[in-house]
Design a protein around this ligand. Structure first.
Ligand SMILES: CC(C)(COP(=O)(O)OP(=O)(O)OC[C@H]1O[C@@H](n2cnc3c(N)ncnc32)[C@H](O)[C@@H]1OP(=O)(O)O)[C@@H](O)C(=O)NCCC(=O)NCCS
Length: 175
């Protein structure tokens, strides 16, 4: 059970262009922790620099919602979330990334980011995400927040590195 004050001071806001380096740093540090058994360190570094390049960040901000959580207003970024509407699938939102720094895990920041991102898409009917099978914390998070696993697939993240990925879905009942 989380204490209600664990989120006091945390501010969630839309990402700005100037945040790109800090977002990349959060991704790098979180990957190093979450994927230490799954993805070799050098592959992590090259994937993070590609996926969190300036161009990729532009696309994330233009095509979807990119929110960051600050430890206090104007202070360091400790987590972020990125969602998109899935083209060709009306009502479906893809949760492309959600990361919270390891030393801030378990305080409700991931849940707060998810709630804020979904609040910005009031017509969404379901959210779809993918999580690596060995990522226990990630799978716990999705289960605890109402997502159900629907299928598994292989995902070749780099040459010769194939991860087993679980697709999880959560319906969003609307009044
Ligand atoms: C998944 C992640 C975003 C959750 O963020 P968070 O701020 O820790 O999440 P919350 O504090 O809101 O916790 C929500 C649920 O996640 C699970 N959880 C969070 N931290 C956990 C931990 N260290 N160990 C086990 N489960 C954990 C719990 O089930 C928790 O539910 P509860 O509050 O009912 O106990 C964060 O742990 C993370 O960045 N992990 C690495 C990257 C990742 O797995 N991303 C998602 C898949 S790509």
């Amino acid at each position: 059970m989380k204490a209600w004050w664990s989120l006091v001071g945390i501010r969630i806001r839309r990402a700005a262009t100037a945040d790109v380096a800090e977002i990349r740093e959060v991704a790098q540090r979180t990957w190093a922790f979450a994927y230490q058994e799954l993805i070799p360190a050098d592959v992590q570094t090259s994937l993070v620099s590609r996926w969190y390049s300036d161009d990729a960040r532009e696309r994330r901000m233009e095509r979807g919602i990119l929110l960051v959580a600050e430890s206090a207003p104007g202070q360091a970024i400790v987590g972020f979330i990125n969602t998109f509407r899935n083209p060709g699938r009306p009502g479906e939102v893809a949760l492309a990334a959600i990361y919270v720094l390891p030393d801030h895990e378990g305080h409700g920041i991931g849940t707060a980011l998810l709630c804020r991102a979904l609040a910005g898409m009031p017509d969404a009917l379901r959210v779809v995400a993918q999580v690596e099978k060995g990522n226990t914390v990630g799978l716990n998070f999705y289960r605890a927040r109402g997502f159900d696993p629907v299928r598994e697939m292989d995902d070749e993240v780099a040459d010769g590195i194939v991860l087993r990925t679980v697709e999880v879905v959560r319906s969003l009942p609307r009044a």
